[in-house]
Design a protein around this ligand. Structure first.
Ligand code: TYD
Length: 206
């Protein structure tokens, strides 16, 4: 693999999507040819799964089925888009990847972590992000922002304690893999946070 694989993670309302887009713009200006993807989504299958997972409030989905749907979307995205792009030397930026399953379905819903690790490994066939930017925000502030932006989706509707566990699980992951996962505290303006994002990426590329 010749490319670079960067992922954005974080609890609800942390602003990952905004920062991923701005980072793409910045990298283009620097002469790179970056590709932005999102999870679940981007492929046709992934976008269909995304609708089921996020927009179908009245459909019952248990924790196990929910996890399998996220994994199915991930597998398709990895094979169809991410691997070929990395092979051709692109910088691939993904708005969420397998850490989200560990944090949400593991930390949030309580699915066994050893099982999630196995599924993540199969779905990605061992592909790991080179760098993960974890945008960390306090749960209440994040949920307030998420609600303000476009109302709650099916995942955001889950309880406050669920979202607290998600945040904790993300921070635990960062402690376990400090080399790959850089925690960026979302405190200041968008520009200030974007500055921290760019610095982390530039340090990595160097
Ligand atoms: P999100 O990335 O927050 O997109 P938007 O900014 O458009 O709301 O939406 C994805 C949702 O899916 C989010 O609630 C986290 C959840 N999710 C999981 O629970 N597990 C996963 O493995 C992934 C990739 C996402």
């Amino acid at each position: 693999m010749k490319g670079i694989f960067i992922t954005f993670e974080g609890p609800e309302g942390s602003g990952k999507s905004t920062h991923a887009l701005r980072l793409i713009r910045h990298l283009k200006a620097k002469g790179y040819d970056p590709l932005l993807v999102r999870e679940p989504g981007t492929t046709r299958l992934g976008e269909m799964i995304r609708k089921i997972l996020l927009k179908s409030a009245s459909v019952k989905i248990g924790p196990f089925g929910e996890m399998m749907l996220f994994e199915a979307a991930r597998c398709q995205l990895t094979d169809e888009i991410i691997r070929p792009a990395l092979k051709s030397g692109k910088v691939v930026i993904s708005d969420r990847y397998y850490d989200a399953t560990t944090a949400y379905q593991g930390g949030g819903s309580g699915v066994k972590i050893s099982f999630i690790n196995k599924l993540n490994l199969e779905a990605t066939r061992g592909l790991k992000p080179d760098l993960t930017l974890l945008l960390d925000i306090d749960t209440n502030t994040g949920l307030r922002r998420a609600k303000g932006v476009k109302g709650f989706d099916r995942m955001e509707e889950k309880s406050r304690s669920y979202h607290r566990r998600v945040r904790r699980a993300y921070l635990d992951l960062a402690k376990r893999e400090p080399k790959r996962i850089k925690v960026i505290k979302v405190r200041g303006t968008i520009n200030e946070t974007q500055g921290l994002v760019r610095r982390a990426v530039e340090e990595f590329i160097k």
